[in-house]
Structure formats: C-alpha cells, structure tokens
Design a protein around this ligand. Structure first.
Ligand code: C5P
Length: 222
C-alpha cells in the first residue's frame, strides 16, 4: 500500500502524553499511548519522508529510520518542536499535551498533612497553535479528541488554531481512540472532509497520510 509520496519532505510529529512534575517523585499525565503518532511516523517514513518524532513518555519502540527525540513536559516539547520546525514541510500534532502544569514544582517531596490538599496550575503553551501562527508555518495537521459535538468543536479548532487539516475522533465510541489499537477519524479541512472508518491505527495512519499528501499538493499548486 502507498500512503502518498513523501520523498524529499520532512515531517515533524509530536506523540504521546506529556508528564508534568509536581515534586521530585510525583507528576500528572494522561492515558495517551502514543500509538497513533508512532503509526503515522512509521507510515510517513515508509512513504519516503524524513521523520522527526518528538515523543512524550511511551512504551513504544522507535519505528525504523525515524529520528526520535524524547521529552517529558509540554515546555520541553515546545522547545524541541521550535528547534526543528524551520526544516519541516509538514507538522502533525498527535501528542496529548497536558493543558496545565503546576504553578510551582516543589523542590522537596510534598508532605502528607491536612485532609485536603490544594494545588495551583497554570496553562501550558499550545504547541500546535504556536507552530501554525509562525510567519511561514509548515503545513499543519491537528487532532481533536472530543466526546460530544465532535464536528462542531473540530471545525472551531481548525479555524482558531489556523490549521490546514484537523482529524477529529469521537472518544465516546467504545474500543476506539485513547490507548486502543483501533481508531476512526473524521478528517476536516476548510472546503472539504473525509470520514476514515474504524480500523487498525497502522492502516488509519496510511489513510490519513493519503489525505494529507493530497491536500498538501493541492495547497502548493493553488
Ligand atoms: O485544544 P486541544 O487540546 O483539543 O487541541 C488538540 C490538538 O492540539 C492536538 O493536535 C494536540 O496535539 C495539539 N495541542 C498542542 N499543545 C497543547 C494542546 C494541544 O500541540 N498544549
């Protein structure tokens, strides 16, 4: 199977969760497995791309031929992405970046004390939005994991974040999405859309890349 021709293209991909420290022994994170991003990285590499994969903590093996850079927090992910974005043609943000981080990372272990504990959080940078708002951005692809009004919220993100494509997935659908091997996507761009039916994430990655290749070429020639 071909997923489009990505030879002489550099694709930068974020994947996995981020991990936000609270103190030297604790952190907050989410259930992202990184499987979708790694599947896209592998498929893009096989389709001829140079692939740079900026990965949060995952259990996954690096796909052959992919340049992987490990990061932990959202801030590290942003710095690493910004250091490589100028050389990339296409940016695909699959990472489940933590929306917030602790306002203050305690130097010492937080001690058990009262019955209630209150922590304060501050907003993390939106990596995808920062990339899409660069003066000369790469072709940008975002993901929208939604549990309701999927298409409506996805279209809002496409516009608000100034993306070329958004791939929406309905996380309320049983057995799909987060931490699963299967997923379905509703791929949306300014003047069209395509539904990719439930399938293995490796096959889905290829189907998504076919759409990306098509829209990328369309943008280049218009
Ligand atoms: O706004 P929301 O988090 O739903 O947007 C999801 C999309 O934005 C995903 O593509 C995700 O990788 C990206 N994102 C990001 N940095 C953030 C939050 C989300 O790159 N801080």
């Amino acid at each position: 199977v071909t997923c489009g021709d990505f030879s002489d293209k550099t694709v930068l991909i974020t994947a996995g969760p981020t991990r936000e420290a609270l103190d030297p022994v604790r952190y907050i994170t989410n259930h992202s497995s990184g499987k979708m991003g790694y599947a896209i990285a592998q498929a893009a590499q096989r389709a001829g791309a140079r692939v740079i994969l900026v990965s949060g903590p995952t259990q996954l093996a690096t796909p052959a031929g992919v340049e992987r850079i490990d990061v932990t927090s959202a801030q590290q992910m942003l710095e690493t992405v910004m250091a490589h974005v100028k050389s990339c043609d296409i940016f695909i943000a699959t990472a489940a970046v933590a929306d917030y981080r602790a306002s203050h990372i305690s130097q010492n272990k937080i001690k058990k004390k009262d019955d209630e504990l209150t922590l304060t959080f501050v907003k993390n940078p939106d990596i995808l939005k920062e990339v899409a708002c660069l003066p000369t951005p790469p072709f940008t692809v975002g993901f929208a994991a939604e549990s309701q009004n999927v298409e409506h919220y996805a279209r809002q993100k496409l516009i608000n974040k100034k993306l070329d494509i958004i791939a929406a997935n309905d996380i309320s659908r049983e057995g799909l999405g987060f931490n699963s091997d299967q997923n379905a996507l509703h791929v949306i761009w300014a003047d069209g859309d395509k539904r990719l039916e439930p399938q293995n994430k490796k096959h889905l990655a290829c189907a998504l890349l076919t759409v990306i290749n098509d829209r990328y070429n369309n943008k280049k020639t218009s």
